[in-house]
Design a protein around this ligand. Structure first.
Ligand SMILES: Cc1cc2nc3c(=O)[nH]c(=O)nc-3n(C[C@H](O)[C@H](O)[C@H](O)COP(=O)(O)OP(=O)(O)OC[C@H]3O[C@@H](n4cnc5c(N)ncnc54)[C@H](O)[C@@H]3O)c2cc1C
Length: 428
């Protein structure tokens, strides 16, 4: 049994051993039994749906609250294929990132997904940062990242004339990917193996009942106009054999609405907003590589990202925010606005490594929100594999091997790169 911590929760329910008392008002609600339900059509849900359908021949239904796929975090990121430098050696994150990167490049090549292995340069802009840079190099080497090379300032600046630094780490394995095309490809493959997609449908909760978990689905306008007080009545219930909770930022709050799931197994969640600014008034991108500073608390530092159209972006910064109520989060009503004033903080950070950045050249772009297992100033937490989630579940699994009772939960896949490993883990 493998259990990974949130937003991917998978519950395979064949025998929970006990029955939960049904609430009467559910009895009149239409119900349907299905094989697998994937909650959320972000890159994680789509990758899992594709894998379940194409490799494991399962009948998959993807339930997504938005009118289309990938409107959450999956379209609000840097689109970087990470090499696997940052994570502590032997951590699951390191394992997933390194292997996931290999799988992702392979997938992109085989499926003609636009991507480019442009490489990354991580810079030390003062001598006090050099030990941290060396630490990153050692970490990357231990993680099995190939091609890492420390460069003196003149060598880095020969590669990137607009750059200033005292030392730099070159990571040739890093790259960029068109996430929209990646998700479209997952959808195409999933659909061609029979996966069905239900958009504008929201899982508002669920309950464990005897040998199954019942998902409560709302499709109507009632949810949009919900006053936050009245009882939310689902339009229908789905009773799947497997539930994958890949609801991204909403995964933990959704898990809390699964009546019968012990609250103690759901890890604490934190949210770190990050804003991006684009570089305007520049016809030729100033850099050919991704340029990253030394990582900061909660993020990788305000870096230079290029997309496949040559657009230059700077970001994301880190702003710790509170959660929002569950229904608002299911409907993705997070604050994604980017205040132009934040640029004031970006200029000095960027000019540490790009002194030629002109005044007035940063324009607000977009924001994304990172779901985190650890909060401000806390040590970062690895993916959590919970063997002891609900004693009864573990007991059943251990005592009656392969009775099919499994629970996977993943609080967050830090990177797109990790999702390719997620499916490996899911079916392991
Ligand atoms: C600022 C930022 C920068 C990043 N940069 C990178 C990077 O460069 N490289 C990298 O690899 N990764 C990066 N990431 C991480 C990466 O974007 C995420 O790991 C990935 O997109 C998560 O995908 P997901 O499918 O879990 O979540 P999402 O894309 O958020 O998908 C979740 C889906 O679930 C739906 N949903 C929610 N609740 C419900 C419900 N109750 N019922 C039905 N549907 C529901 C939502 O509408 C949404 O479509 C970055 C993240 C951020 C925030």
């Amino acid at each position: 049994m493998k259990i990974v911590a949130l937003p991917l929760y998978t519950i395979e329910t064949k025998n929970f051993g006990t029955s939960t008392t049904r609430r009467k008002h559910y009895d009149s609600i239409p119900k349907e039994r299905v094989d697998c339900v994937v909650v959320g059509a972000g890159v994680v849900g789509l990758a899992v749906a594709r894998e379940l359908a194409s490799e494991y021949h399962r009948d998959v239904l993807v339930i997504e609250s938005a009118p289309t796929f990938g409107t959450g975090t999956s379209s609000r990121n840097s689109e970087v294929i990470h090499a696997g430098i940052y994570y502590p050696p032997y951590s699951l994150k390191a394992l997933f990132c390194v292997r996931g990167r290999e799988l992702l490049y392979k997938y992109c090549l085989e499926h003609e997904i636009p991507h480019e292995q442009i490489g990354k340069i991580i810079v030390a802009t003062g001598s006090s940062e050099i030990p941290k840079l060396k630490g990153l190099m050692n970490c990357g080497i231990e993680n099995g990242v190939v091609g890492l090379r420390m460069m003196e300032d003149h060598e880095a600046m020969r590669l990137e004339p607009e750059l200033t630094c005292v030392k730099a780490l070159l990571s040739p394995a890093s790259g960029i990917v068109d996430t929209h095309s990646l998700m479209l490809s997952f959808i195409g493959e999933a659909e061609s193996h029979g996966t069905l997609f239900s958009f504008n449908s929201t899982v508002i909760g669920g309950h464990l009942e005897g040998t199954h978990i019942c998902l409560h689905i709302s499709e109507g306008k009632a949810l949009q106009n919900w006053d936050g007080m009245s009882l939310l009545r689902p339009d229908f219930e789905l009773i799947p054999k497997i539930v994958v909770n890949s609801a991204g930022l909403s995964a933990p709050v959704l898990a809390k609405r699964f009546n019968g799931l012990a609250a103690g197994v759901i890890p604490a969640s934190y949210y770190a907003r990050g804003c991006y600014f684009t570089l305007s008034k520049t016809k030729i991108p100033p850099f050919k590589h991704l340029i990253y500073p030394i990582p900061e608390d909660g993020g990788l530092g305000v870096h230079v990202t290029l997309d496949l159209n040559g657009q230059v972006k700077f970001g994301p910064d880190v702003e710790w925010i509170g959660g929002i109520d569950c229904i608002s989060s299911f409907l993705n009503r997070f604050d994604y606005s980017v205040c132009a004033d934040r640029a004031m903080h970006f200029y000095p950070q960027i000019r540490k490594y790009y002194p030629g950045l002109k005044d007035g050249s940063l324009e607000p772009a977009y924001a994304g929100i990172r779901p985190k297992l650890s909060g401000p100033k806390q040590d970062s937490v690895d993916f959590v594999i919970q063997f002891k989630m609900v004693d009864l579940l573990l007991y059943n699994h251990v005592q009656h091997h392969k009775i099919g009772l499994r629970y996977y939960q993943s609080n967050k896949f830090d990177h797109l790169t990790d999702i390719t490993m997620a499916w490996v883990l899911l079916v392991d």
